[in-house]
Design a protein around this ligand. Structure first.
Ligand SMILES: Cc1cc2nc3c(=O)[nH]c(=O)nc-3n(C[C@H](O)[C@H](O)[C@H](O)COP(=O)(O)O)c2cc1C
Length: 448
């Protein structure tokens, strides 16, 4: 813990110099590729003439250390949630590197409407580093077209092979590509060959650990320079999310030469070090943990107050990304204040109805006053993080804390399966029909 803490301190001073240095390498490399591509469209960038003039692209641990600054604490890619404002907030509270939300490569790079999609979804600036931009895709050329649009504004481009949502099934991307090894190999190797910045990949695991290792090695061989392993199966989603399998992450880490990031089961700061000790990974990524406590990557005696984080986030939005969709802002406010709002239902209702930044800010300020009163009245002696019998730490409702969902009632699912067997069968048939339509009509698919 001490080692990790001092590492955080030294990193927070160090990487900027090294990142800046390697960023200029990267920019120069990008410029070289751009020049090559515009002046000689018939010559591939792997041509020996260009290869000798192009600065060397950093790979594996060199990329991890020099460009990314050996990040241990990593904010996960999250649709509608790891946008620039949230990245700024989590970096202030200890995140060493951040992923953007997943962007849909075809929509992002669409020649007609791509600019609208990009204006709505993507923003960054020179302080927003290190950042890895994530795409979903199922076509190497389209993925490359999208990645080229951001290669000068990020440190790497990530391919999402983990999304388990139904929309990913319909759009044929994310974890629904995990049996399409040839296609994955082509997408990764294309970016590795053609992009100025390294390509990274995020996967889920298979039931069979050996297959998971073969899969990870295939991705490494294709040219990925960093792999994130979310230790859950594709089927582990919604009510069936369950625990991530750190043993499988450990097995992948032992089998690969490139850096490996673990993802899954991080509720508290201490879990990060536990995960590193158990799996041997190079860094740990969290999504939900950081949504409910943006300071999860800080070794603090007590987590921050919910209203403090909400207020700071809103001020970041005002100062840096004032055009951010209010739906995204409210999504964050409800999550970061989830422990507080049930205690002040009138304010929860007002927040639900708020449609402007100012309305949301007013709710947060009022909540601050109420929560401060609660804190004085209730006190914190018996709420200073003592774990209960399930290991859940006890904090006052004014403090950020993980959202622990109650276990499902005994027999949940089985009963439903029996009762709704016919309905389920119909649903399955409809899904199959829709999937067939979708694969015939890829250009019309949509993304969340
Ligand atoms: C709101 C939300 C949005 C997400 N969007 C993405 C995404 O865009 N790309 C991706 O690879 N994973 C996405 N995920 C999955 C997370 O990156 C992560 O793999 C998963 O939540 C498990 O990590 P956790 O246990 O720390 O939450 C999302 C998760 C959440 C909660």
């Amino acid at each position: 813990m001490q080692r990790l803490f001092s590492r955080f301190h030294s990193l927070s001073r160090l990487p900027f110099r090294s990142i800046r240095a390697t960023m200029s390498d990267t920019v120069a490399a990008a410029a070289a590729v751009a020049t090559t591509n515009t002046t000689n469209t018939t010559t591939p960038t792997t041509d020996t003439t260009t290869a000798t003039t192009m600065p060397r692209k950093l790979e594996g641990y060199e990329f991890f250390e020099k460009t990314l600054g050996s990040p241990r604490f990593i904010l996960a890619p999250m649709v509608d949630a790891s946008e620039q404002a949230w990245r700024i907030l989590t970096r202030r509270y200890g995140a060493h590197a951040c992923y953007t939300p997943m962007f849909h490569a075809r929509l992002f790079s669409d020649p007609q409407n791509g600019h609208k999609y990009r204006a709505d979804q993507w923003s960054t600036d020179e302080n927003d580093r290190p950042t890895i931009v994530q795409f979903c895709a199922n076509d190497p050329d389209i993925l490359l077209r999208a990645a080229k649009l951001v290669e000068h504004e990020c440190d790497a481009v990530d391919l999402n092979l983990g999304c388990p949502q139904h929309i990913a099934k319909r759009g044929f991307y994310g974890s629904y590509l995990q049996d399409e090894w040839e296609l994955i190999e082509k997408m990764v190797s294309t970016l590795h060959r053609e992009l100025a910045v390294p390509v990274t990949v995020k996967i889920r695991v298979f039931t069979d650990v050996e297959k998971t290792i073969r899969y990870a090695k295939m991705i490494e061989k294709a040219g990925a320079q960093l792999l994130t392993v979310h230790g859950r199966l594709r089927e582990q989603k919604g009510h069936h999310t369950g625990l991530a399998d750190w043993d499988k992450i450990k097995a992948v880490k032992q089998a690969l030469k490139i850096p490996v990031i673990a993802n899954g089961n991080i509720l508290y700061y201490d879990d990060v070090q536990r995960c590193i000790d158990y799996t041997g990974v190079d860094g740990v990524m969290t999504a939900e943990g950081a949504l409910y406590n943006p300071a999860i990557f800080m070794d603090r005696k007590m987590p921050p107050c919910t209203w403090e984080m909400a207020k700071e986030y809103l001020e970041i939005v005002r100062d840096y990304t004032p055009k951010l969709r209010h739906g995204i802002i409210k999504g964050h406010l409800f999550k970061v204040m989830h422990s507080s709002l049930p205690h002040h239902k009138d304010l929860r209702e007002r927040l639900g109805k708020a449609s402007t930044w100012q309305e949301s800010y007013d709710v947060v300020l009022q909540l601050r006053d109420r929560l401060e009163e609660d804190r004085k009245r209730i006190g914190e002696e018996h709420l200073s993080g003592q774990p209960d019998e399930k290991g859940i730490r006890q904090y006052g409702h004014w403090r950020c804390q993980p959202n622990i969902r109650p276990p499902l009632p005994e027999g949940y699912g089985k009963k439903k399966d029996k009762k709704n067997k016919n309905q389920e069968q119909d649903k399955e048939n409809n899904e199959k029909k829709r999937d067939n339509e979708d694969s015939a009509e890829h250009s019309k698919e949509e993304v969340a």
